[in-house]
Write a protein that binds this ligand. Sequence first.
Ligand SMILES: Cc1ncc(COP(=O)(O)O)c(C=O)c1O
Length: 319
Amino acid sequence: MKNDADTAVLDKPAVKPAIDSKGGATATKEMRIYVDGEFFAEADAKVSVFDHGLLYGDGIFEGIRFYNGRVFRLEEHLERLWDSARSIALEIPMSIKEMSEALLETIRQNDLRDGYIRLVVTRGVGNLGLNPAQCKKPSVIIIAAKIALYPESLYNSGLTVVTVASRRTNPASLNPAVKSLNYLNNVMARIEANLANADEALMLNDQGYVAECTADNVFVIKHGQIFTPPISAGALRGITRGVVFEIAAETGIKITETNITRHDVFVADECFLTGTAAELIPVIKADGRVIGTGKPGPITARMIQRFREITRETGTAIY
Ligand SMILES: Cc1ncc(COP(=O)(O)O)c(C=O)c1O
């Protein structure tokens, strides 16, 4: 089953003008994009063709959601961004506090209350060689937009996934814990899922254990307990994944980080994915095998409901 995700903003080549969240679905507003301390209209927001973010995928990013006038888990996202930066020896040219203020101001400039932030830090302008020593100043880009990664119907009916041949990068070469601009590994997996007419790609690591999907963490439920791959299996330490751990603790459901095989996914009672863009979404079929009853299960439904409450009730105030 193919979904409408291809028509969603995240999958489009360029972001659309922001839709005014206060003015309803039809009122459109010129987008304001932050680039290195200034705000630009969409057509004028540019970086150099010599930026190593473009030439080599040398840079890092975060995807952050805001709900109901509050940014969800802002500190955690910024901490992960700074960890990614440290790991690739990139010095972000501002403090966490300044970044936080720039991000909030970008949302204000776009007059949004609900949406998605794409925060990018590139290595900056260098020459055509790959040596980052040539790049004197990293660039910071902040885009605030509206997104719906999947149509609401898929949250009720569930996704189909296929295991793809592209393996998650080995931590010894490029650690998946770094949220880098080098997503070609995931893009290749996504292409395989598209070709297989599936909604998402299940990516294994070098050992053949489940790592994650192309932009989501994976969870399976068996006999009332939740299992998810450990970070060491090649899963990103997802912020949404962390929220699932919190909800599980709060509701008394046991959750365990352990190596998961495709077999574990096939025989699971329930399966769901988590990610900032996708939020919590059920999976009902993997490699043609129906998971559980073939409908989103009760624990997944409870998790989604509680997640939606938490996102609407907590976060850093924007206005
Ligand atoms: C590869 C990958 N895995 C998992 C996730 C989910 O992480 P989070 O919940 O922090 O968005 C993302 C998205 O950020 C991702 O890019």
